[in-house]
Design a protein around this ligand. Sequence first.
Ligand code: FAD
Length: 280
Amino acid sequence: MRTHTSLRIGGPADYFVRVRSLDDLVGAVRVAREAELPTFILGGGTNLLVADAGIRGVVLENGWSDVSVHGTVLDAASGTPLAHVAAIAARNGILGLEWMATVPGTVGGAVHGNAGAFGSDTASALIDARLLDLNGDLWNARVDELGYSYRTSALQKTPVICVRARFQGEPGDRPTAVKRIKELANERIAKQPLAQPNTGSIFRNPPGDHAGRLVEAAALKGTRIGDAMVSEKHANFIVNTGAATAADVRALMRRCQAEVRERFGVELVPEVELVGEWDP
Ligand SMILES: Cc1cc2nc3c(=O)[nH]c(=O)nc-3n(C[C@H](O)[C@H](O)[C@H](O)COP(=O)(O)OP(=O)(O)OC[C@H]3O[C@@H](n4cnc5c(N)ncnc54)[C@H](O)[C@@H]3O)c2cc1C
């Protein structure tokens, strides 16, 4: 899985299937169910810490990318990179989705985790999503049926797969959208260690505070375990400086949590998802 995650970490999957269409996706889910194999849907692998022992069962990598535009509504297949949705919106003079250009990963990953940036999030742009369960049943869910709050949805910890999503933009013009995307991207480049393998924010922001501020205040910037390091540029990023293992990253996360708990009495909750076969 190392070659399929932005952190460049993770042991093998028993089976790895890349799907490129709805038929592929439904067919692969059916075959996995018939073989009684657990199924994990992989988007861009940008919010994952995959165990060194890897993932048992089938990993379905979602390569189904397709966007259509209807007025100010964008209808996107779940394997579409979120940044591509932002680019298509901008090209069509649709505003309000520029933040998507700065969040790596796919539409499905964003719908699953309520990804967001710059004061906006998936829940505030989404109209509805088409969902698939492991029995092969498909249905539509409106945004208010998806239990959204900060980086949280009702899809988490369920095997339900998002197959498509519709997003609502606002009428505008192309130059304004393109300018805004450039501004947001520049802000990202200035603040985040994008040149080193990472998985975005490691911890959720606790209410009224920033995880990065707390980790930095605990003097943890630059702390290393193996090749995993708390970024010198942004304390809520753990970067892989070479051959970090998943165990290194988990140990460093626990160290950050322990220090912040001891100094400030705050419990940092991971934003990154630990998946695969972990020792207890
Ligand atoms: C440099 C960097 C910056 C980042 N900045 C941000 C940010 O500003 N805001 C933010 O919110 N996140 C940020 N992230 C984290 C990450 O980009 C988001 O969490 C993103 O939405 C994950 O999408 P993905 O496709 O990569 O999902 P993956 O990492 O592949 O998977 C994450 C979870 O989503 C599930 N999933 C994936 N596809 C589907 C699907 N089709 N249906 C159901 N479940 C699915 C997976 O099973 C898994 O449980 C950043 C990451 C990086 C590397």
